[in-house]
Design a protein around this ligand. Structure first.
Ligand code: ADP
Ligand code: MG
Length: 529
């Protein structure tokens, strides 16, 4: 994957691997010296003869725990760095494709695929490297003490660390319960679920629900069967691998004579356990490889990171807009949410929008801002080269407060706004107390703010670099009447010469506007000034 394994990442991986090797070495040293000490103590030697061994056991025990801790830190640190980078690229790739709206099935697939990369690094690549180094060193050491024990250990390591993982890998890639077959069936189950959830109304209308349900349960049972079979296969392979160290230890104990026998046998047992997890990891490799392939393909579509975002400012000049017979029909929405609406918005006009809940007020603002699916009529007046969001925007009904700082919630990722500008926007929205606390986190959907503060934060976002047409959907909702009056007055002052279209329920607001339009069931029924 392009640039994923940078020299820095490789160096960190090697460091984590080195720590893991040291951990295993300390474990082997601990078992070796402890066994030697117990064997030696049986002869009841003077305590002084055991002093070095006692110190060594303590040192190995402390080292093992300490280094293991450092190894886990180092290993997860590098893997989480890689994952963060990979997620960003996969998301960018997904967005660049445009064929899958982020948030849907594709995104959840990407998330689990990225996690598979974590498995690849933490459970396969690192352990395999560590097992190779520790295994070779142990075979050399044990072989030097007793060549036959060295040969038995080498044989056992080959069986548990190479042969059985290879077998597990082959079984997982072939046969009726292969990783590919499981992935395919899982896709079918997901498809059934989506069909049932989104198509429920149609399925019921055509009497096809029972058949669709039966099909979905059959697929789900088939998936369960395949997964059980695959788990049985990998369980057998792992179980066989787990038996090997015990067999090796027994063989060494039988082959080797004298007091070295228990030491070598237990060392062989400890080393053997290092390779046992490889069988399970290898059995998952088919799945992991497929996941990595998908991620690689998606991340390849990501545009090169472009560095800091340039400042994207609102359109400079005044913009008169005119709506001609604008009709909005939401997909699956039934009747039109907006039905042939004409509205003239000369520059500087201040329009209040009133109407019952569900009448279409928010949809009207969305249509002006180019956010609604306009299926009939047109909006005239967008200047050549201007994006709709540069011309009209503000506080929308579905505005979201992000779990981030006040600053990020105001700029929404755009660079180039000075603290003084941010402070002025907060001041204008009546949230001046946060001007000096731009880096405070506001909580999930603004959960650490009061309802009124959250609303003011949204208003401040709208007043930071406001476009020529300022759209405000109930901007003072949640404020008490006196605060609402004050905030609206400062907001309108901040709006200056701009066009303002505001949805409100407050009778008291109306006198501040040039024109009041009433929306009823998707139509403009009355206008007054
Ligand atoms: P208001 O702001 O006046 O309360 P809205 O403009 O939010 O009304 O909604 C007008 C109509 O459009 C309602 O019937 C609502 O259910 C429907 N509607 C709004 N948004 C959507 C959407 N995203 N998808 C489908 N229907 C929607
Ligand atoms: Mg609304």
């Amino acid at each position: 994957m392009r640039g994923l394994l940078t020299p820095g990442v490789v160096a960190r991986l090697l460091f984590a691997g080195l720590l893991a090797v040291l951990t295993e070495a300390a474990g082997v040293g601990l078992v070796g010296t402890a066994t030697w000490m117990i064997v030696r103590a049986a002869d009841q030697p003077p305590l002084a003869a055991l002093a070095v061994a006692i110190a060594a056991v303590r040192a190995f025990a402390l080292l093992k725990g300490g280094i293991r801790y450092a190894e886990r830190l180092a290993g997860h640190d590098v893997v989480l760095r890689v994952l963060a980078d990979l997620r960003a690229r996969a998301f960018a790739g997904l967005t660049a494709r445009g064929d899958a709206a982020p948030g849907g099935d594709a995104l959840s697939r990407v998330v689990s695929d990225v996690d598979a990369v974590q498995d690849l690094l933490l459970r396969a690549v690192l352990p395999a490297g560590v097992a190779a180094v520790v295994g070779l060193a142990a075979v050399a050491g044990v072989g030097a003490a007793d060549p036959r024990a060295g040969a038995v250990l080498a044989g056992g390591l080959l069986i548990a660390g190479v042969l059985l993982p290879a077998l597990g890998n082959v079984l997982a890639r072939t046969g009726p319960a292969s990783a590919a077959a499981i992935a395919r069936t899982r896709g079918e189950v997901a498809q059934s679920t989506v069909d049932l959830a989104h198509g429920a109304a149609e399925l019921i209308a055509f009497g096809a629900m029972p058949a669709a349900l039966a099909e979905a349960s059959a697929r789900s049972r088939r998936l369960a069967r395949l997964e059980a079979r695959s788990a049985a296969v990998s369980g057998l392979v792992t179980g066989a691998a787990a038996l090997v160290p015990a067999g090796v230890a027994l063989a060494v104990a039988v082959l080797v004579q004298g007091s070295a026998a228990p030491v070598l046998a237990l060392v062989a047992l400890t080393v053997g356990e290092v390779v046992v997890p490889l069988a399970a990891a290898a059995a998952r490799q088919g799945e992991v490889r497929a996941a990595v392939g998908r991620i690689r393909e998606i991340a390849a579509d990501a545009p090169e990171p472009s560095g800091a975002q340039p400042v994207q400012r609102a359109w400079a000049g005044a913009v008169p807009l005119r709506l001609h017979g604008v009709t909005v029909r939401y997909p699956h929405g039934g009747r039109a949410a907006l039905d042939g609406v004409d509205l003239d918005l000369p520059a500087g006009r201040r329009v209040a929008v009133v109407g019952a809940s569900g009448a279409g007020k928010s949809t009207l603002l969305d249509a002006i801002a180019g956010r609604a699916p306009v299926t009939g009529g047109r909006v005239d007046g967008l200047p050549e080269g201007a994006e709709p969001w540069q011309v009209a925007g503000g506080v929308f009904a579905d505005a979201h407060v992000f779990h981030d700082t006040v600053r990020e919630n105001l700029t929404l990722g755009r660079d180039g706004f000075g603290d003084d500008e941010l402070g002025a926007a907060l001041e204008a929205a009546g949230l001046g107390e946060y001007a000096g606390r731009l880096d405070d986190i506001v909580g999930e959907d603004g959960g650490r703010l009061s309802g009124g503060q959250r609303q003011r934060l949204l208003l401040a976002r709208a007043l930071l670099d406001p476009p020529p047409i300022l759209l405000l959907d109930e901007p003072t909702e949640g404020l008490d009447p006196a605060a609402a009056d004050a905030v609206l007055a400062t907001a309108l002052r901040a709006a200056g010469e701009r066009t303002v279209v505001m949805v409100t329920h407050r009778q008291a607001d109306l006198k501040l506007f040039d024109e009041v339009v009433t929306v009823d069931d998707g139509r403009l029924t009355a206008t007054g000034g």
